[in-house]
Design a protein around this ligand. Structure first.
Ligand code: FES
Ligand SMILES: [Fe+2]
Length: 377
């Protein structure tokens, strides 16, 4: 644990950059990585009382909820003098957002519907619309389609959160947000990487065991699937609290394009277990907002888990915040030059899929393949 890290959940994100119009926003520099759904906010943070501002791929977006409950997303930039609309207010009767500067109004499609200085009100007057974003609210998260192609690709859907809203089946769930100072590929790798857990999270999650771990790593067209063949793995608190019966453990770490990781730990025949899903939203090159959803099935422990499990998980994430910030500092000073071990195969697989998409799917597509790997923890 590192006490220096204070984790906040700011509504507004500072991009720390100048408004140099020659620099294209990350959304335009990301190639086909933009053509996906990204989480822009948690559903509980978007209300009809006040607009919310968020940044995805250096694109500032304003979100609000209508009285009927639907969420709208527009560029947070008034067509008139480019003021941020999120500092304005929502007119609930008309379901529109009102600019705080000269009072122009925009509906949920981004059409300008009122200009007080011209004394008119209506729909689609002049060329004063602002960009709107398709929105899907699912499993407590607000997903935004960031594609430059305005119609979402039906093959690409928001990542489904496993065991969300399954209290009756014995699953609890909570979600947290953390702002990391690093880029998506490195973070996704961190969330799936086992070797660092015995170093960075020693005493918290997994201790050095001097054991060999056999692993299967598979790359498909759009995922990297990792299975650890180590049923006697001991996880920091699992031994004492989660797995008192010492049931055999199954552990898989999966990555799904472009930015989702799913880590499963199951004990016995899924009698108990927990699943950690992280979806990483790029804010700018070296800033990423990570939405983590933790589902847990711990038997009777579930009743008290809300009081200690979020604290425990946050402490582990704090250690990752520190180490990935360290890495980012080094990468800012000099470009990446990585040497890899067999355990890093999953990193290489993930990087290859993301790079290929970022490059517009040109050149040779990373082939689907499976590798058997061994490494030591
Ligand atoms: S800047 Fe928005 S109405 Fe003038
Ligand atoms: Fe970690």
């Amino acid at each position: 644990m590192n006490a220096e890290v204070s984790v906040t959940q700011p509504k507004r994100i500072s991009l720390n950059q100048t408004s140099d119009s020659r620099i294209e926003p990350l959304r335009k520099r990301s190639g086909l990585l933009a053509e996906y759904w990204y989480v822009g906010a948690m559903g509980r943070d978007v209300t009809n009382a006040k607009p919310v501002s968020t940044v995805v791929m250096e694109t500032r977006i304003v979100l609000w909820r209508s009285k009927a409950g639907t969420v709208s997303a527009l560029r947070d930039r008034c067509a008139h003098r480019n003021t941020m609309l999120s500092e304005g207010y929502v007119n609930n009767k008309k379901n529109c957002i009102v600019c705080p500067y000269h009072g122009w109004e925009f509906d949920e499609e981004g059409d300008c519907t009122k200009v007080p200085s011209e004394n008119w009100e209506g729909k689609k007057r002049n060329n004063r619309s602002i960009e709107s974003f398709p929105v899907i609210e699912k499993d407590g998260l607000i997903w935004l389609w960031m594609g430059l192609e305005k119609t979402p690709d039906p093959e690409k859907t928001p990542f489904k959160l496993p065991y969300y809203n399954q209290e009756k089946e014995g699953w609890g769930n909570f979600q947290i947000i953390n702002d990391f100072e690093n880029e998506v590929t490195n973070l996704v790798e961190n969330f799936m990487d086992v070797p660092h857990t015995v170093i960075v999270h020693s005493g918290w999650f997994r201790n050095r065991a001097h054991k060999k771990v056999k692993t299967t790593m598979e790359r498909t067209d759009n995922s990297v699937l990792v299975t650890y063949h180590q049923t006697d793995d001991v996880i920091g608190f699992a031994e004492r609290v989660v797995n008192p019966k010492k049931l055999p453990l199954f552990h898989t770490d999966n990555f799904y394009m472009p930015n989702n990781t799913r880590v499963d730990y199951g004990f016995g025949d899924n009698e108990r277990g927990f699943v950690i899903v992280s979806t990483s939203t790029p804010i700018s090159d070296m800033k990423t907002r990570v939405y983590t959803s933790i589902s847990y099935k711990l038997g009777l422990l579930n009743f008290g888990a809300k009081s200690w499990l979020p604290w425990y998980v946050q402490n582990i994430i704090n250690q990752d915040l520190v180490i990935t910030r360290n890495q980012a500092q080094s990468l800012r000073e000099e470009p990446a030059n990585y040497k890899s071990t067999p355990a890093d195969t999953l990193h290489v697989f993930i990087e290859s899929l993301r790079k290929w998409e970022e490059g517009g799917r040109k050149g040779r597509q990373p082939r689907a393949m499976t590798k058997e790997i061994e490494f030591w923890i």
